[in-house]
Ligand binder design. Structure first.
Ligand SMILES: [Zn+2]
Length: 339
């Protein structure tokens, strides 16, 4: 069990953990998508009063869906990030009990308190929720494509570059938050434990899936009390923000963060080789070719990322502010990637 504050009030881990859960929920609404609902419906043992399928995460859509939803006691969110976020938003808006059952580990929405929604083109995080319980059914999660579950390590791997960024910011007297060396040490221990489970994660065994979920929960024990995600988010995410605005399309989060870790650990000269070896061993897809990112676009993004972060005062001080990204550096880095 995880010690310390997480947003998870209770949890159930195990193959079959979701079986008959509907019988404990009173009147409940399911938030989900087609595929996870087909997989989960025969197993939950009761009929919901309504099923809300994700249409999109725009605030207007969510408000319309919620206004039309019947009275209930509980929200059962089943699926990936958007299905979980729809459930969180509904539970928060109506002050209902939330039960979260992720069917894929590619994003950490099921352990974070706020719901990711969209206002226009930008993502916003709103509300405060806690799953009770969080249901981690390994069999259900293994129905997702393995490469998408393995993508879940991306937001743990980012500890590598994010902690470096925070230390660098503190040294430069640019940390936006009080620097806590003990949090950096604890975050690196989470990363080390995750890396030690590479083979289990690659195989998506119970042990490997559990390692990802526990890694996320342990990150929360650091980040929720601190009120920020500095140990887990930094320059590697900022490159992704630039690319997302440039290309105006979504990415598999863990893959694009993996690409960011690849490039920014190189810029940081921060255990780059070891980190890339782990990504290859665990089977994380991070190559531009995996995400249909063209060389020209990535070159342009790297050339622009400093200007991009300087234009966004909400982004923290990182290696991007400090080390110039020259065209020679970009050419060298591009030679190590596949397009
Ligand atoms: Zn992330």
């Amino acid at each position: 069990m995880i010690e310390g504050q997480t947003n998870v009030r209770s949890s159930r881990f195990g193959a079959g953990a979701i079986d008959r859960i509907g019988q404990e929920l009173g009147r409940f609404i399911v938030t989900t998508m087609d595929v996870p609902w087909q997989k989960a419906q025969p197993r939950i043992g009761a009929q919901p009063v309504a099923v809300l399928l994700v249409e999109n995460m725009e605030i207007e859509t969510l408000e319309r869906q919620i206004a039309a939803a019947p009275q209930c006691d509980t929200v059962l969110a089943i699926g990936g990030g958007q299905a979980i976020d729809l459930g969180k938003y509904l539970a928060w808006q109506r002050s209902l009990r939330l039960v979260s059952a992720p069917t894929i580990l590619s994003v950490d929405a099921f352990v974070t308190p706020a719901a990711g929604i969209r206002r226009g083109h930008r993502v916003e995080y709103v509300g405060q929720t806690t799953p009770d319980p969080l249901v981690i059914d390994y069999d259900l999660i293994r129905t997702a494509p393995p490469e998408l579950n393995i993508a879940g390590v991306g937001d743990l791997l980012s500890i590598r570059t994010a902690c470096f960024d925070w230390e660098l910011a503190a040294r430069a007297n640019h940390s936006e938050f009080p620097f806590r060396a003990e949090d950096v040490t604890a975050a690196r221990a989470i990363l080390a434990d995750t890396m030690a489970k590479a083979d289990a994660i690659r195989a998506c065994s119970d042990e490997g899936l559990r390692a990802i979920v526990e890694g996320y929960m342990r990150v929360n024990t650091l980040c929720l009390p601190a009120g920020h995600y500095r140990v887990e988010e930094g320059s590697e995410h900022y490159l992704f923000y630039e690319l997302e605005e440039r290309l105006k399309r979504p990415f598999i989060h863990g893959w694009i963060v993996g690409l960011g870790v690849h490039l920014l650990s190189r810029l940081q000269e921060n255990r780059h080789t070891e980190t890339v070896e782990f990504m290859d061993r665990v089977g994380l897809r991070y190559q531009p070719a995996d995400m249909e990112i063209r060389r020209d676009d990535l070159v342009a993004a790297l050339g622009n990322v400093r200007r991009y972060v300087e234009g966004r005062p909400d982004l923290w001080y990182t290696v991007i502010n400090e080390r110039p990204i020259t065209s020679a550096w970009i050419a060298e880095a591009m030679a190590t990637l596949k397009f």
